[in-house]
Design a binder for this molecule. Structure first.
Ligand SMILES: [Zn+2]
Length: 231
């Protein structure tokens, strides 16, 4: 998917903390995976972490579950502690990719303090997309109601139009893929992310915008890799 030489050259870059932002449909998960495989550093996703923490039933996890069950948002303090515990581990010693964090200004401030206190340099990468392209991509999703297999009429169509390759079941459009829901998800992402990105910019942090609308993942990854190079 990407060349070995590129991996080797990325490995030598001094950036240790990669803070990854990407709107729904930007392929953020794919880029996170490519980065972590290439750099050999952990992918720290707050969504995964909260699920792990809950599954292991640790003290913090239990507190998180209690809050979530009461309908409250998980507090910045709890999320900060979870993330700091994770990025302090030895496996994160040569770097890490943060995904889904920071989500609020308080989290962003805390992260910057943490990084500065340890002399760790970060780069914030924002996978930006053209909304119309994303809507076309996301609304192309089709799913088999019987076996759950996902298709995309643009990039991964079934062999027979509208039917599942595995069981022939008629494919359906999932509710959350309808255009108004997608527009709302994109708007929610924008509302939440914009102030955090602005915070990084105003603080003079390195923020790199990467256009992820049209290019295949390998080409987006090339651009992401360039963003990791020293200025
Ligand atoms: Zn099926």
């Amino acid at each position: 998917m990407f060349s070995v030489s590129l991996c080797l050259c990325v490995k030598e870059k001094p950036v240790k903390a990669i803070v990854l932002f990407g709107s729904p449909g930007s392929g953020k998960g794919t880029q996170a995976k490519m980065l972590t495989e290439c750099l050999g550093v952990p992918h720290i996703s707050t969504g995964d972490m909260l699920r792990d923490s809950i599954r292991h039933g640790d003290q913090l996890g239990t507190a998180v579950v209690a809050r979530m069950q009461s309908g409250a948002l998980v507090s910045d303090e709890v999320v900060n502690r979870l993330v700091e515990e994770r990025i302090s581990r030895p496996e994160a010693g040569s770097g890490f990719v943060l995904d889904g964090y920071p989500r609020t200004l308080a989290q962003a401030e805390r992260l910057c303090e943490w990084l500065d206190g340890r002399g760790i340099r970060e780069v914030v990468i924002h996978l930006a997309v053209d909304y119309n392209v994303i809507i076309a991509r996301l609304t192309g999703r089709r799913q088999c109601p019987r076996c759950g297999t996902l298709y995309n009429i643009g990039s991964h169509p079934p062999q027979v139009d509208g039917a599942c390759d595995l069981d022939g079941e008629k494919l359906v459009i999932r509710d959350d893929d309808s255009e108004s829901v997608i527009r709302e998800r994109l708007a929610a992402y924008e509302r939440q992310t914009h102030p955090v990105l602005q915070f990084f910019l105003k603080a003079g942090r390195r923020v790199v915008e990467v256009d992820a609308s049209y290019d295949p993942p390998s080409a987006v990854f090339q651009k992401v890799s360039q963003a990791l190079e020293p200025r």
